[in-house]
Design a protein around this ligand. Structure first.
Ligand code: ADP
Length: 310
């Protein structure tokens, strides 16, 4: 096994404001692929090195964000700085019933312009990566040219034997229409050799008549390794021509915040799978980590809340 195993992510990490309108707001940051990158860096046991490719601006907030990402354990030499652009921003407001509502300011964020150069740092070092991770949100934020570049990069990596992982996070509001999203996800699934499928998102995107149909369709995907996540219901996993395994999730009596459930599952899964565990064992660890994360507030839980898992 290579040491370290080099994993590159592409996506967007946004600034987070959490609180009540015109009241006190807590600042933080997060994003789906970013959350996975941080948890993977924590769980890799020193054997996995994690790069986060994205773009930021040249403003003070961008520099402070990058400083914090380094403390989170991420390698940052794939980050581009685009003068005049800013990081995206989202606000979480909790209403009187405890429901969380999200508002986004990301239409002109720096990350959208990552591929607006002849060769990105990610592409320039394409020979280096043992694995590459992206999601439906990584694709959604890019213009069509950027999507094409990202998918061509992923295909080239897969063709030379690297592991290409696609997480099917589908957020309808980020897409001009569902047909464009379906086409882009289908192209992503065609270049992936590991697909992490949230059954609910597969259902919403492809419009199956029921969750059972969505799961059955996911089981037919022509992808080497497929993991199907179904919330508290057992997780399904199959690799190559092997059988489907059904791996129970953990019982969580007090679900505090489901943010980053799938993101942390992905990191737990890959932290084991990339180091040679079986798909079943990797899924079991993914379920354990996700169960821990949803029992705490926030996308990235404190390190000491998961110390016994490391
Ligand atoms: P996503 O967060 O991508 O929407 P899911 O809701 O399916 O995906 O959750 C991802 C993972 O988080 C599940 O596979 C499981 O491991 C864990 N999980 C989610 N909800 C629960 C729950 N209520 N109890 C135990 N584990 C859960």
């Amino acid at each position: 096994m290579k040491n370290p195993i080099k994993v590159a992510f592409f996506g967007e990490c946004m600034l987070e404001l959490n609180g009540t309108a015109f009241g006190a707001m807590q600042q933080s940051y997060g994003g789906d692929t970013f959350n996975t990158a941080v948890y993977l860096s924590r769980c890799g046991g020193g054997a996995i090195k994690t790069w986060y490719a994205t773009a930021l601006g040249d403003d003070a907030l961008s520099l402070e964000l990058e400083h914090r990402w380094a403390q989170d354990g991420l390698a940052l030499d794939l980050v581009r700085h685009i003068p005049g652009r800013m990081p995206g921003l989202y606000q979480i407001q909790v209403d009187a019933q405890g429901e969380r509502r999200f508002s986004f300011w990301r239409d002109n964020s720096a990350a959208k312009a990552y591929f607006d150069v002849a060769e990105t740092p990610l592409e320039a070092r394409s020979e280096q990566w043992d694995a590459f991770y992206f999601s439906g949100i990584s694709l959604a934020i890019l213009p069509a040219d950027g999507q094409n570049r990202l998918l061509a990069f992923a295909r080239a990596l897969r063709n030379r034997g690297a592991t290409v992982v696609f997480d099917n996070n589908y957020r309808p509001s980020l897409w001009p229409d569902i047909a464009v999203a379906r086409d882009c996800f289908s192209r992503a699934l065609a270049v992936a050799d590991t697909a992490l499928i949230t059954a609910d998102d597969h259902l919403a995107l492809f419009g199956f008549a029921s969750l059972e149909r969505a799961v059955a369709a996911a089981q037919e995907l022509n992808v080497f390794e497929v993991v199907i996540k179904r919330g508290a219901a057992p997780t399904l996993v199959r690799s190559g021509s092997g059988p489907w395994h059904s791996v129970p999730t953990q019982t969580v009596t007090n679900v505090v915040d489901t943010t980053a459930a799938g993101d942390s599952f992905a990191a737990g899964y890959l932290s084991r799978r990339l180091r040679g565990s079986t798909p079943e064992d990797a899924t079991q660890f993914g379920n354990r980590l996700a169960a821990r994360v949803i029992a705490h507030r926030g996308a990235i839980i404190p390190l000491d809340a998961m110390a016994d898992l490391l």
